[in-house]
Design a protein. Structure first.
Length: 61
């Protein structure tokens, strides 16, 4: 599984990086991105970030 960010929707607030840095990081463009396959023990945090994203830009699959 991996986190995916729709950069056309992301507003660069950084919340997801704070909630789950193992799944998300800020790109040089100022928007978040999923950056690695998720270990089983971080999937719940990644899903929480997806739920909490203020603009619904995250998918975890
Ligand atoms: S929480 Fe959503 S809007 Fe904020 S940086 Fe992450 S993907 Fe972008």
């Amino acid at each position: 599984m991996k986190g995916y960010v729709d950069k056309d929707v992301c507003v660069g607030c950084g919340m997801c990086v704070g909630v789950c840095p193992d799944a998300f990081r800020m790109g040089e463009d100022g928007f978040a991105e999923g950056w690695q396959e998720l270990a089983a023990d971080v999937v719940d945090d990644a899903r929480q970030a997806a739920e909490d994203c203020p603009v619904g830009a995250i998918d975890v699959k």
